[in-house]
Design a binder for this molecule. Sequence first.
Ligand SMILES: [Zn+2]
Length: 425
Amino acid sequence: MSAAEPLEAAQSVPAGGINLADFCRLTGINANLAMMNTPESPSARRQRSRQQLLEVIRRENGVTRADLSLITGLSRSAVAEAVQDLMNERLIAEDVLSGGRGVGRGRPSALLVATGGDGHVVGIDFDHERVTVAVAQVDGQIRAEEHAAVNVDSEAAAALDVAAGMVHRLLGQTGLSLGEIRAVAAGVPAPLDIKTSRIHQASVLSGWVGLDPARELADRLGRPVVIGNDADLGAAGELRFGVAKGARDFIYVKASEGIGAGLVLGGSVYRGAAGAAGEIGHTRLGEQGAWCRCGNRGCLETVVSSTLVRQLMREIGLPAGRDEIFPLAEVALHPVIGRFIAEAGRTLGRVLADLSNCLNPGLIVLGGELGTAGEALADGVRESINRYAQPAIATAVEVKLAALGLRSELLGAIGLAGQHALLEI
Ligand SMILES: [Zn+2]
């Protein structure tokens, strides 16, 4: 019997349905196998469809009912029914500001966006020298936020303790209890092993090697915690709340003490085989450059970083505390610092031109501390991309500054927490 025969038999089934025994007789499929493939119960199917739709609505950041049907393969009536339920529960809404769009032809229909429902989440951003914590509503609205200076890189336990203490303090301020927090998410400035979520690059964040940050935080908070790489979360933050709304192929660059990229390809964050994709700070610019913390010489980070801006400011007698230098746009008006920022932009742009030749992004978002330098940095990046990327690739890519400033990663963490809260419904 050829493989096509059962299908042909099945296609001859009369309209109006068929019982299981007749189906097996006509198709030659073993009855036990057919039983294994018996459709799940209607309520289980509705629950699965609902989860699937919520995931797509969150991921697409604005999608029509027709798009949902195309993407999920669910029937239009099943989509309409589930969408109405989700709207009744205030988990999604029609985005009246967008004006609508659709993947098909004809009149654009309303875009559906996730609203997050009720409840609160916690987002934590571990930067190299500072921890920021916020309590927010599931839809991303921040209720309270606080930051503290800590040597995050080398004092992991202290940084985790400080973060946990801040969570408790912010909950006190907002009158919430930990039990009312539906999810906690945190970003760390290091590659995370894709299988274990542990930090696995000894050279980059020495104090955290082998640590399981999610477990450590969960132990301190008594709540489950999801963890992400900071640049990936920065990309997610700008995608959901910032300049990358609706972008499907873009690069987010976190340029602070170190430089990392969050890669969004085809609408999803790309983490690579080991979870370490986007470590552009360790792109080598030459054989004879300064030594880098990764053990190589001449890495991008050794010539472009906010640490170097601070160092230069001190050398020319300018105060270089955090309050004095951020946002960098004002400091960049100084002729010496301005030249450094412009050159930093061109050097960063050289690396981003090569990356663009590989990935053909539609957008590059410049975030992190250097991202606060304004157009001086962005102009340098554009100059190098126009000079070194293939013309068609250079034409396709827009370069923008992060809309969320130093909070892209924090808002990405809040978004991630909100996403987990939604998936648990
Ligand atoms: Zn390096």
